[in-house]
Design a protein around this ligand. Structure first.
Ligand code: BGC
Length: 355
C-alpha cells in the first residue's frame, strides 16, 4: 500500500546533555528511520509523544547516545500515531492507532535477542528509539517494521500515548508474578512506591488484578493522591503509615532509602527506578539477612517485550477513560517541546503534541 510519503516533516532534535541545542527542524520524510527504512515498514503519522524522566536525563544530563556519526538525536520514546500505510500482510490497516516499540535487538544476536526478548538483551548492544543510537518518535511522521507497531483500541484515542510507560509496568508485574509463584506468596496485596506515571500505572494494573493496592508518595496535595483514591487504592504520604501486610512491592522511585525499606517489607520487590547518584544510603547488612531468611526476591526490570506491550494495550483499553485522562496533566506543542522539561507542581504526565 502506497503513501510512504515524500516531502518534509518537523522533528525535534537535541545534542544529549546540551538543552540549549534543542531545536525543531524540517527533515526529509525519507530520513525518518534511517537506512533500511522502506516499503516493508509501517508509516505512521505521529500524534503525541510523552516526556519521561529518561528524556529529561537525555536532554539535560547527556544520557543515551545519538545515531552513529551524528551529535544530535530525535528524542522521545513514548509514542502514539495513526497508520498512514502498512505493508500487505502486516495485520495493520490505514487509520489504526498504534504505539511504537522502543527497543531493537542487538545485531549479534545474544540468546535473548535471538528469541525477540530484546528487553532482556545480554550484551548491551541493543538500540532504543529516542534513547540509544536510533532517532526517536519526536517527529511528525515515523516508520517501523510492522512487528514494532502495537495496535491500540481505537477508543483510547490520545490516551494511547500511555502505552509505553504501561508496557514497562506490565513487564514489572509479569516479573513479580514469576517470583511470587516461586515462593508460594499469596500475591494479594501490593505496595507501590512513587505516584508518578509509572507508579500510577502499576497501581492500575494491581487493581485490575484484584490486588489490595497501597501507594506511597511524598506529596500530600495535587492530583496524585486523588488519582490513587480514584482507583480504589490507598494513598500514604509516608511508608511508615502502611501497616498492611505486603506481598509484592513495585518500586518506582529509585530513592535508595525507600528501596531498602521496601525490600524489608515485601516478599517480592520489583525495582523499576534508577537510584543513580541520588540519596546514597549506607548498606545495612540486615537487609541481606532478611532476604535470605525470608526467601525474598528482589528483581530489577527495564524496558518491555512485545507481550508486555500487548498486556499494556489491553490494560489501558480496560481502564476508565476519565481516570487515564487525569494522568495527562499538561500538553505542549512540538515547536516548544523544551517547555515540557520544566517540571510544574502538578505535573503527572506531560505530552508533546506533534500536530
Ligand atoms: C524506557 C525504557 C528504556 C529505559 C532505559 C525508560 O525510560 O521506558 O524503554 O529501556 O528508559 O533506556
Amino acid at each position: 500500500m502506497a503513501d510512504s510519503g515524500r516531502g518534509t516533516i518537523r522533528a525535534a532534535r537535541v545534542v544529549p546533555g546540551k538543552p540549549e541545542s534543542a531545536r525543531v527542524v524540517d527533515i526529509e520524510v525519507v530520513e525518518q528511520s534511517g537506512p533500511g527504512a522502506g516499503i516493508d515498514e509501517v508509516v505512521v503519522d505521529g500524534l503525541l509523544v510523552g516526556m519521561c524522566g529518561t528524556d529529561v536525563e537525555i536532554i539535560r544530563d547527556g544520557f543515551g547516545s545519538p545515531p552513529p556519526g551524528r551529535d544530535e538525536i530525535v528524542p522521545f520514546h513514548e509514542s502514539l500515531g495513526r497508520v498512514v500505510s502498512a505493508p500487505d500482510g502486516s495485520g495493520l490497516s490505514v487509520g489504526d492507532l498504534v504505539a511504537g516499540v522502543v527497543r531493537r535487538p542487538d545485531p549479534v544476536p545474544c540468546p535473548a535477542c535471538a528469541v525477540d526478548a530484546w528487553d532482556f538483551c545480554l550484551n548491551g548492544r541493543y538500540q532504543e528509539r529516542g534513547i540509544k543510537e536510533l532517532d526517536g518518535y519526536g517527529m511528525q511522521r515515523w516508520s517501523v517494521p510492522p512487528k514494532f507497531a502495537v495496535r491500540l483500541d481505537p477508543s483510547l484515542g490520545e490516551l494511547g500515548v500511555l502505552t509505553e510507560p504501561a508496557s514497562v509496568v506490565a513487564k514489572a508485574w509479569a516479573q513479580a508474578e514469576l517470583q511470587w509463584k516461586r515462593s508460594h506468596v499469596a500475591g494479594r496485596s501490593v505496595l507501590v512506591t512513587g505516584a508518578g506515571p509509572i507508579g500510577l500505572l502499576a497501581a492500575l494494573l494491581g487493581v485490575q488484578r484484584g490486588f489490595a493496592v497501597h501507594v506511597v508518595d511524598r506529596v500530600t496535595d495535587g492530583p496524585k493522591p486523588d488519582l490513587v483514591r480514584g482507583l480504589g487504592a490507598a494513598y500514604y504520604p509516608d511508608l511508615a503509615q502502611v501497616t498492611a501486610e505486603v506481598d509484592v512491592a513495585i518500586e518506582c522511585t529509585g530513592v535508595a532509602s525507600l528501596i531498602w525499606e521496601t525490600v524489608r517489607r515485601a516478599s517480592v520487590t520489583v525495582l523499576t527506578g534508577i537510584a543513580g547518584a541520588h540519596d546514597p544510603v549506607p548498606l545495612d547488612p540486615h537487609v541481606f539477612d532478611d532476604i535470605v531468611l525470608g526467601n525474598k526476591a528482589v528483581v530489577g526490570t527495564v524496558n518491555a517485550g512485545l507481550a508486555d506491550y500487548r498486556t499494556a494495550a489491553d490494560a489501558l483499553a480496560g481502564a476508565d477513560r476519565q481516570w487515564l485522562a487525569g494522568l495527562i496533566t499538561r500538553r505542549v506543542p512540538l515547536e516548544r517541546f523544551t517547555d515540557a522539561l520544566e517540571r510544574q507542581k502538578d505535573d503527572v504526565k506531560v505530552v508533546i503534541d506533534l500536530g
